[in-house]
Write a protein that binds this ligand. Structure first.
Ligand SMILES: Nc1ncnc2c1ncn2[C@@H]1O[C@H](COP(=O)(O)OP(=O)(O)OP(=O)(O)O)[C@@H](O)[C@H]1O
Length: 611
């Protein structure tokens, strides 16, 4: 039963693919159109992993579609290579390799700059195909005479020639492509790709190699594109030069947007709509070139009213109800679990160096200059194991900058940071988190469209798997220790009852607790909390102070906050920063009675009062 449930999407796809040749012809669908939909759908599976799951909008997919297609077609038509399927696989591998090279270049930039690089690369490939390589690619004539596949089963040979006879071969390729894509998106790698789409900065800060995973998605998309390009040649018996054209990339993006990104089958549905409309408007209605105008209007209407695309909208109807039911089911046991000692027990912490016995953290002469502004100056700071240190200071005193330097988000202008005996100055935030030093942010940095559970999973995954691992065919839910660690963290920050809620549905106080949960989930040996109480109501503050007390058991923590009463209650020692320097350090009682602190906060009221 469990297996059937897990394979429900595979089974549904199988039934639909098997039924299509029986159901579609009476509806007037031409086999060639159905075959083209499958090729576009396969092309879109990879693109959706890149765009829908990872959030990287590439305009350059035609480069890989063309590369895979021309390599396979060249082998089969000019090089005398006899085996179609092997040629298709070689085309796919070459496209993936080219994708890796291009990805290394394009990934140097993000957002619009990334998109612009992909546009430029697609144009370069188009030019190269037509000019320097035209002897190999046939230039504007393309490569005619691409054969169709034959599979020798020993007792018989299957010929997949054209039309409905080619359909089973393309349907098989699509099905295998879909099964692999489903596997990838439900793997730890798939979960991390979604986190990168939502918040790449936080994905890096919880310990994932964002560049490596983005490059992986790029290569996967290029491989799918390469195979689809090869199949295009097989389908048409001819490799057309327009595979390399920018229009190809544009059509892929539009089909994905119409069908629904982040759904895998969305591009197939989008392609079906596009190609059926094209046939219907051009053929039946005889609209000629004006068919694109009608298609444009359909696109605008669909994207305006169904922002998640057709498949996204349908899925949205089901997912909401299912998530609510799951939360209701978990609410009762979760409440009980929160009361059990297991939920409040500290988690094992991550130690870079288990034999080390000195201060957990030692910063010396830490200075940060932003142009003429000196945010931090010559800060010496040391934290012992098990300590709960508070940091206070007026606005602009340099507290957040200090934390950013400790977690290696920003490089110091001078000074050094030694964590558990290891000099971490100049390392990056991902490496430092992997060593066991992380922070929660002053302004929430969550994965907004993921659920609370998925948010915590992302952080736990970095701890369980390290900064980069290509376990993309492993199921996320089979990872040993993941579920237990996630539940433990949810228990610590009291969010078990909200585990299935998307972040957007959380109350502010719940978001702050999740923010702390993300940092906690990496089981750091030193946890920094930047204003965990900021923006909270008085009752939320009281609740969160209790939460922090519970979390502090067996942990080393440094907490910045403006709520001095809360910090005096929590911390064993307090460091006061003023104008980027350490003003004074001491126990809460010493700090409260220190005239310099009163002067810093009350602007001399102390002395005036004394006078
Ligand atoms: N990226 C930056 N570029 C230029 N100046 C900066 C930058 N970040 C911080 N500063 C400056 O450094 C000083 C210290 O800022 P920081 O945010 O560390 O203070 P803070 O004590 O955390 O303040 P708050 O309590 O308001 O959060 C401020 O003068 C700020 O304007």
């Amino acid at each position: 039963m469990n297996l059937l449930l897990r394979l429900r999407w595979h089974l549904l796809a199988l039934v639909l693919l098997v039924a299509a040749p029986f159901v579609l012809p009476p509806l007037g669908a031409a086999p060639n159109t159905v075959n083209r939909i499958l090729v576009w759908g396969l092309f879109g599976l990879g693109f959706d992993i890149l765009f829908g799951y990872t959030g990287l909008l590439s305009f350059g997919q035609s480069a890989f579609y063309g590369t895979g297609g021309f390599v396979a077609a060249y082998l089969l038509t000019r090089a005398g290579f006899p085996h179609v399927i092997t040629a298709l696989v070689i085309g796919m591998v070459v496209a993936a390799f080219v994708g890796w090279l291009v990805g290394m270049l394009a990934m140097r930039r993000t957002g619009i700059y990334f998109a612009m690089i992909t546009v430029a690369i697609a144009e370069i490939f188009f030019f190269v195909e037509f000019n320097p390589l035209s002897d190999w690619t046939g230039g504007e004539n393309g490569l005619p005479g691409v054969p169709t596949p034959m599979v020798n089963l020993g007792f018989t040979t299957l010929h997949f020639s054209s039309g409905w006879s080619l359909y089973p071969f393309l349907a098989f390729c699509y099905f295998v492509g879909l099964a692999l894509a489903l596997r990838i998106v439900h793997s730890p790698v798939g979960a991390i790709l979604a986190a990168i789409r939502e918040n790449p900065m936080r994905a890096a800060a919880v310990g994932h190699n964002v560049h490596g995973y983005k490059l992986t998605a790029f290569v996967i998309a290029a491989a799918y594109a390469g195979l689809a390009g090869g199949l295009l040649g097989v389908l048409q018996g001819f490799m057309p030069p327009d595979a390399f054209m920018f229009d190809t990339s544009g059509q892929l993006i539009i089909q994905t947007a119409i069908g629904g990104r982040g759904t895998l089958v969305g591009p197939l549905v989008g392609a079906a709509l596009w190609l059926f409309l094209q046939d219907f408007l051009q053929g039946t209605l005889q609209l000629g070139a004006a068919w694109k105008l009608v298609l444009g209007l359909v696109f605008v209407v669909l994207v305006s009213f169904l922002r998640q695309g057709i498949v996204g909208a349908v899925r949205g109807l089901f997912v909401r109800g299912a998530a609510r039911a799951a939360d209701d089911a978990v609410q009762a046991p979760a409440a009980a679990a929160a009361a059990t000692p297991a939920a409040s027990q500290p988690m094992a912490t991550h130690h870079a160096n288990a034999s080390y016995t000195g201060p957990v953290l030692k910063a010396s002469g830490l200075t940060k200059r932003y142009g003429g502004v000196v945010a931090n100056q010559e800060i010496d700071f040391s934290v012992d194991a098990g300590e709960l240190r508070g940091i206070i200071g007026p606005n602009g005193a340099g507290k957040s900058t200090f934390f950013k330097m400790l977690t290696c988000e920003v490089a110091p202008s001078a000074g050094s940071i030694v964590f558990e005996g290891q000099d971490i100055t100049g390392r990056d935030v991902t490496a430092v988190c992997q060593l066991g030093l992380t922070k929660s942010y002053q302004v929430n940095q969550l994965f907004n469209r993921l659920t609370v559970r998925q948010n915590v999973e992302i952080a736990v995954l970095a701890d369980l798997r390290g900064r980069f691992r290509l376990d993309m065919f492993r199921r996320l839910d089979t990872l040993p220790g993941l579920a237990e660690r996630v539940e433990r963290t949810l228990g610590l920050v009291r969010l078990q009852g909200r585990a299935s809620a998307p972040v957007a549905e959380l109350a502010y106080g719940e978001k702050r607790r999740l923010e702390i949960g993300l940092a906690l989930a990496s089981s750091p040996s030193l946890l920094l909390l930047d204003e965990p109480l900021a923006g909270m109501s008085p009752s939320e503050r009281t609740e969160t102070v209790q939460l922090l007390k519970a979390i502090a058991q067996g942990r080393t923590m440094v907490v910045i906050d403006h709520d001095m009463d809360a910090l005096f209650e929590l911390a064993g020692r307090i460091t006061v920063l003023q104008e980027g320097r350490v003003l004074v350090e001491g126990t809460p009682a010493e700090i409260k009675s220190n005239p310099q602190v009163q002067e810093a906060y009350l602007g001399g009221v102390h002395e005036e009062g004394a006078a």
